[in-house]
Design a protein around this ligand. Structure first.
Ligand SMILES: N[C@@H](CCC(=O)N[C@@H](CS)C(=O)NCC(=O)O)C(=O)O
Length: 219
């Protein structure tokens, strides 16, 4: 992969800092040892014609490598992982398992996690949110219990670190405002283990440094 660029937001409010999904792309690139440039846009630019051309839903991240652009953080992390043994085993069975757990992160764990994030962080004052919260907490607890069971005593989802861990951990970070992960010691240790990786720390500190540099005067 040559000339890699990642689109993210120039700045994000504190509740979103460290969650914006270009983080998972940056993390994958650091793990793979692939240098990249960032292209930062203002939140207001996401609906501009220029950005819509890059991303039909007006979101970040967008990824560009070798002159080709890609949307969807899961697909982007997969595209990087396909090219790096650091992110995915080279045998077919290992690749299939990595992809399965990438889908599990984004399609099975993320759904209740995002429900809870919406309730607690985006809509906490709404009556519907307060009414719905107990049901969603139960759904998240059940899913996290199952995830902890599947992880068992392994260090990473597939034993060795893969792209699936990048997606799972960046999904779980969306409920960092709760103690639901901490309630499951093996899962909490897994998240800490992944977040202690130099590639994660580099990716996060780069994203945070850009936000710090671009903090609006009124924030
Ligand atoms: N499924 C998409 C979701 C991307 C997404 O939700 N991006 C957020 C930032 S983390 C965004 O751009 N939000 C702006 C908006 O929804 O208008 C992916 O994983 O790339």
């Amino acid at each position: 992969m040559d000339k890699i660029a990642v689109w993210g937001f120039r700045w994000a409010p504190s509740f979103a800092q460290g969650l914006v999904r270009d983080l998972r792309v940056r993390w994958a690139l650091h793990e793979a040892g692939l240098p990249y440039e960032t292209r930062l846009i203002g939140v207001e630019e996401r609906t501009s014609a220029a950005h819509r051309e890059r991303h039909p839903f007006g979101m970040v991240p967008v990824f560009e490598a070798d002159g080709r652009q890609l949307i969807e953080s899961g697909a982007i992390v997969y595209a990087v992982a396909k090219r790096s043994a650091a992110l995915m085993p080279e045998d077919e069975a290992g690749r299939d398992q990595t992809l399965a757990w990438m889908f599990a992160a984004l399609n099975t764990v993320d759904v209740p996690v995002q429900d809870l994030f919406d309730i607690d962080v985006l809509h906490s004052q709404e009556t519907w949110a307060q009414l719905r919260r107990p049901h969603v907490v139960k759904a998240v607890e059940a899913r996290l219990g199952e995830l902890a069971g599947a992880l068992g005593e392994r260090d990473y989802l597939l034993g060795r670190f893969t792209a699936a861990d990048i997606l799972m951990v960046t999904v779980l970070r969306f409920i960092r405002h709760t103690d639901l992960v901490e309630a499951l010691p093996t899962l909490a240790a897994y998240v800490s283990r992944c977040e202690a990786r130099p590639a994660f720390r580099d990716a996060l500190s780069e994203q945070m440094a850009e936000y710090a540099l671009n903090t609006p005067a009124a924030a």
